[in-house]
Write a protein that binds this ligand. Structure first.
Ligand code: GTR
Length: 683
């Protein structure tokens, strides 16, 4: 079906979770006849309303005039025309006990997990929401990032101690949600959106709650939403400024904040609100309504979020208000096709964050959300920061992908599609470092975003993905020739693995030591390998990163519980977040971002390495940190040769090493293997 959501090719590149969201759109979408514009030349000319104007039309020229007159007026305009009148604060209480548990997260990150059920209001029918928090163990008065989630807290992280969401959850079989219920199988399925270990490493707390606790995201969700307990109408003809789901999620965020500010672990003046997509719209509104949020972050919030509605590009007001009639107040839908008559635009909402730090993030392939329109929204909000003598973005030039810009307003457009990744979170943490904590962020490596394209698991077809610019091809279209040129044997001689067109087959040995060694060496790199395991010897093989760290290849299909020796594990360091292995005889795919550990002059690790890995469309390691090798089977210990001793010596001296493909007694097949070195440290 042609649904105009994204192009078919782009849809193929979406992760399973995003595809499931699309399914919701298609079920409820009624705007199939609408044509969506993706041509910059066809964007209409328009004039934006002044975000600093007061009720008499005159623009505020002082912070005082803004605070007392213009800001309340602009907020009222946004409420009346887009999201609905604000919902009242209610008392928030903890149901039962606050649960605190010390947990060890992947990469030996010592953390404390806090879980609490909050009742939002005093009535028996007042809703409850389950809040999940992670903090670096022993943290006191730390900054905190609060971000609602789409599939329940349990989907955010594989930690088995997280309580499952209790209410209705949108079906998403890929994420383990069936019959509209969260299941054990959904644990960790959205972890790529919530890199706890990384953010704890940056000194922040991470807090989340399921958005469906406040408003189940369905056109008929109003009756089960918090609105009923707030005395709002839940059916029939609604007043034009009646709040919808986005306003309810914003209210949920503020009620959670009511509780967060009471925790000694949190610095209440440093809570940032973050949201992705529809929840990015909610985060922006929460930040506008509730000035206790010290920083506001929108990730790909698009139409009705950071993107200007007057720009006819990607999703339209007509489309969003027909697909999601429950999100906005009824007045917003009346501006479909006459967006130029809106008395505000989305820059007005962004301006309401001033003078606090704001971050707007886009993704280059997310045309539906109009990335340039999100940037221009931030540009047009700038005058509000100027009133306070601050710079907002400080530029009107849309930056290249993966080049963050800005000052008190930060912005980046990431390589890749509509999702929230560790790259985005790291930039939010950079922004918090600079503008909330008054410190320089850690030196960024400045690598391009890591957003590999893998088909969703159910497609079960080989890719192949063309090697990107700068990649070193190890196994190419002529597998025998490319591999002969790219690898040596363990002894430094020619390899004896077999080439069959574009496939290279392991020549297995009983000693399990006929590995092949890339001639190219690298320090940090993105590594791509397609492979097929054979039934023999459990399909055992692996990608030895620098010869020290093994991304496991193994016949692990359906294995449960999955271990740190199954496919997707960093062998002996961390089990995969989810078991994404396919059966023997099917093509599978790994994409790995490997950041090598840094060693001092005496060879000791002074900064751990990090690995993020995707397997068959699922994230299996998310910014996992690792130190000294733990596997007893590295090539430097087994079947070691003079050639390998020299490689290891150089590795310790320069930080650069090769990729090994492992022989473990099974005729594993490889195709389309490439390395893209990062940071220029390769030869
Ligand atoms: C889409 C919607 C977008 C965005 C997205 C999401 O279907 O059209 O505005 O909010 O959903 O939340 O994933």
């Amino acid at each position: 079906m042609q649904h105009g959501f994204r192009t078919a090719a782009a849809a193929l590149a979406l992760p399973a979770a995003a595809l499931a969201l699309m399914a919701i759109v298609n079920l409820s979408g009624h705007a199939a006849d609408e044509v969506f514009n993706y041509d910059e030349a066809k964007v209409r000319h328009f004039t934006l309303p002044d975000p600093l104007a007061g009720p008499d039309g005159a623009a505020a020229t002082t912070p005082e005039a803004w605070r007392t007159t213009a800001r309340p007026h602009q907020l009222a305009v946004v409420e009346a025309n887009v999201y609905g009148r604000r919902l009242p604060a209610v008392p928030v209480s903890v149901v039962g006990d606050v649960e605190r548990a010390d947990v060890m997260l992947a990469g030996d990150v010592a953390a404390t997990r806090i879980q609490a059920r909050l009742r939002l209001g005093t009535l028996e029918r007042s809703p409850t929401t389950d809040v999940l928090l992670y903090l670096p163990r022993g943290a006191r008065a730390a900054p905190c990032f609060l971000c609602l989630n789409f599939r329940g807290n349990q989907a955010q992280h594989p930690d088995p101690g997280i309580h499952l969401a209790r209410g209705w959850v949108a079906n998403d079989p890929q994420a383990g949600i069936t019959d509209n219920r969260a299941t054990e199988a959904s644990r960790g399925s959205w972890n790529q959106e919530w890199p706890v270990e990384t953010m704890l490493g940056r000194g922040s707390l991470m807090a989340t709650a399921y958005y469906g606790d406040a408003f189940p995201d369905r056109p008929d969700g109003r009756a089960e939403s918090a609105l009923a307990s707030l005395g709002r109408p839940v059916g029939g003809q609604l007043p034009p400024d009646e709040p919808g789901a986005i306003a309810t999620w914003a209210w949920q965020l503020s009620r959670i904040l009511d509780w967060l500010v009471t925790l000694p672990e949190i610095d209440k003046s440093k809570v940032a609100v973050v949201g992705h997509s529809r929840l990015g719209k909610a985060a922006l509104l929460a930040g506008a309504l509730d000035e206790r949020f010290a920083m506001v972050v929108s990730n790909e919030s698009g139409c009705g979020g950071a993107a200007l509605s007057r720009r006819n590009y990607g999703e339209s007001v007509k489309r969003i208000t027909t697909s999601f009639p429950h999100w906005f107040c009824p007045a917003f839908a009346t501006f479909a096709g006459r967006e130029t008559e809106l008395p505000c635009d989305q820059h007005t909402l962004l301006a309401l964050v001033a003078p606090r730090p704001l971050y707007v993030a886009s993704a280059i392939d997310d045309s539906w959300a109009d990335p340039r329109g999100e940037f221009l929204g931030a540009v047009a909000a700038e005058p509000a920061w100027k009133l306070f003598g601050r710079r907002g973005l400080g530029t009107a030039e849309w930056p290249a992908p993966d080049m963050p810009v800005g000052d008190t307003i930060g912005y980046h457009v990431r390589t890749g599609r509509h999702e929230l990744l560790a790259y985005d979170w790291e930039r939010f943490a950079d922004h918090a470092d600079r503008h909330l904590l008054g410190r320089a962020p850690p030196p960024t490596v400045g690598y391009p975003a890591f957003a590999p394209v893998q088909k969703p698991l159910q497609a079960q077809k080989p890719l192949p993905v063309p090697p990107p610019a700068g990649a070193i091809v190890l196994v190419g279209a002529d597998a025998a020739a490319t591999a002969a040129a790219a690898f040596t044997s363990m002894a430094g001689g020619p390899i004896d693995w077999r080439g069959e067109q574009d496939v290279l087959v392991v020549t297995p040995t009983e000693q399990h030591a006929n590995h092949i060694v890339s001639k190219a060496v690298f320090r940090d790199a993105d590594i791509h390998a397609e492979f097929m395991v054979a039934p023999e010897a459990k399909g055992n093989s692996g990608l030895y990163l620098h010869g020290h760290y093994e991304m496991q290849i193994y016949d692990s299909f359906g294995v449960s519980p999955v271990t740190d020796q199954d496919e997707g594990s960093l062998y002996r360091f961390a089990k995969p977040i989810v078991n994404a292995a396919l059966p023997a005889g099917e093509w599978q795919v790994y994409d790995i971002r490997f950041i090598a550990p840094r060693r001092n002059a005496s060879g000791a690790i002074e900064r751990p390495g990090r690995v993020t890995a995707w397997l068959n469309g699922r994230i299996v390691q998310n910014e996992l940190t690792f130190t000294e090798p733990r596997s007893p089977y590295t090539p430097y210990k087994h079947g070691v040769t003079e050639h390998l001793r020299a490689i290891e010596r150089r590795l310790l001296a320069t930080g650069e090493g090769p990729l090994f493909l492992q022989d473990h007694g099974s005729p594993t097949r490889f195709r389309n293997v490439w390395i893209r070195p990062l940071g220029g440290g390769s030869r």
